[in-house]
Design a protein around this ligand. Structure first.
Ligand code: NDP
Ligand code: ZN
Length: 397
């Protein structure tokens, strides 16, 4: 054997030993996690659930998986109500291949305080404020996770509620309309001490959902931009876009929010029920974000783009179809793309930026009572809510 062959063999030997070592550690961790998750260690929780797509909210007691070595337990102080919660409760996401699991405890805009942490947690200490958005776990290693897009994990993202948690015995996840949550530390977001906590909760979904495409499209100062749908998600887009120094046009269905738009620095408010207000807008915009939760014709907005302009679709209307035969003319040399929340790293960036620049949603705080949540859902469905309801979970009885 030559010296070179000997060295190569030695190298191979070291590589194999290292692989065996790493695999053993991973298996040991998994055994440790499942050993830990005994009925005695499970975390009791209570909150509000619906039991079918027609149900109203009821008090609901359940347990969460035990706090693993890399997990934190968060006492939930505030939980935002997103329109996606309404879609999910009503099982309106079948078009996207998402099926509701009942009993369902919704809520993916969560802000609270860390009350327990696993022995290997480094990101948080007891008493820190922490937030959870739409995801609670992903593999962390696949192409999407490595690219900071854990919401598209190739092994399957675990979403915050109504999702199968394949890291914990395939149990169904339960969301933030509850008194606590247990989550992998990598999926909890640090909330600075000076944050206004009740307004921080909706940043975990409404904030990142608009921040991410604004960054993706590289929107810049001086751009002419549009925000279609001026509710919880839309009014966050408006605030980031105004802060960026763009010229913002808002499209909504009501007159009530015209003054709010002006107050937030919007240049033009278009009530789409007044067709004359839609005139002369074609070929004028660099970027548009549509957050509309009901059926509409996206080509109306695509036509408003300049050549090369981009439209980010984030609203999730239950029954919408784009007729692609209209695209060659209607969307020629314009780009249309979808966007789903944002990754963990960019969520942290969004949150730090928002708190530092005092950019928050406008919220109406309600008590943690099922009748209050039912009323909020009715208002949300009937267009009677302005921007965002947030449940004060500390009032839970
Ligand atoms: P809201 O109900 O708070 O806001 C929606 C707004 O759109 C309301 O102001 C509503 O007006 C307005 N609107 C309704 N129809 C039209 C229309 N035809 N043209 C213009 N405006 C219209 O919902 P959210 O902001 O919480 O959520 C918006 C959508 O975004 C939902 O479908 C939600 O599921 C989705 N979403 C998607 C995410 C993603 O990652 N892609 C993340 C979060 C949410 P009115 O009140 O008068 O009806
Ligand atoms: Zn949401």
């Amino acid at each position: 054997m030559t010296n070179l062959q000997f060295l190569l063999k030695l190298k191979m030997f070291y590589i194999i030993v290292s692989i065996i070592f790493i695999v053993n550690i991973v298996i040991a961790q998994q055994i440790e996690t499942s050993k830990n998750d005994t009925p005695r260690n499970r975390v009791p929780a209570k909150g509000f659930a619906v039991h079918s797509h027609e149900d109203q909210f009821h008090s609901y007691e359940f347990t969460r998986h035990a706090v693993g070595d890399y997990d934190v337990q968060i006492e939930i102080l505030y939980a935002g109500i997103c329109h996606s919660d309404l879609h999910a409760v009503r099982d309106e996401q079948k078009n996207f291949g998402i099926h509701a699991n009942y009993p369902m405890v919704p809520g993916h805009e969560i802000a609270g305080r860390v009350v327990k942490s696993g022995k290997n947690v480094t990101k948080f200490k007891i008493g820190d404020f922490a937030g959870v958005g739409c995801m609670v776990n992903a593999c962390g290693k696949c192409g999407s996770c490595s690219a900071g897009k854990e919401q598209f994990c190739e092994k399957g993202t675990v979403f915050t509620y109504s999702s199968i948690d394949h890291y914990h015995e395939h149990e169904i996840t339960m969301g933030g309309y509850s008194n606590n949550i247990v989550v992998a530390e990598n999926f909890a977001i640090n909330i600075p001490k000076n944050a206004d906590l009740k307004k921080t909760a909706p940043l975990l979904c409404a904030g990142i959902t608009t921040w991410s495409p604004i960054k993706f499209s590289k929107v810049k100062t001086g751009d002419k931009v549009g925000v279609a749908g001026y509710g919880g998600v839309g009014h966050m887009a408006v605030q980031y876009l105004v802060a960026l120094g763009t010229e913002v046009t808002v499209f909504d269905t009501s007159e009530e929010k015209r003054n709010d738009a002006k107050r937030m620095g919007v240049k033009r408010y278009v009530n789409i029920r007044h067709p004359q207000e839609l005139e002369n807008l074609n070929n004028t915009m660099d970027f548009i974000i549509t957050t509309i939760p009901a059926d509409y014709d996206p080509l109306i907005y695509v036509r408003m783009l300049k050549i090369g302009g981009e439209i980010a679709v984030v609203g999730l209307p239950p029954n919408s179809n784009i007729n692609i035969s209209k695209l060659p003319l209607g969307a020629a040399y314009r780009k249309i793309y979808g966007s789903l929340i944002g990754g963990i790293k960019e969520t942290q960036e969004m949150l730090d930026y928002s708190v530092a620049n005092n950019i928050y949603p406008e919220v109406e705080v309600i008590k943690a009572e099922s009748s209050e949540i039912d009323k909020a859902y009715q208002n949300l469905a009937n267009g009677k809510m302005k921007f965002r309801y947030v449940i004060d979970m500390s009032t839970l009885k």
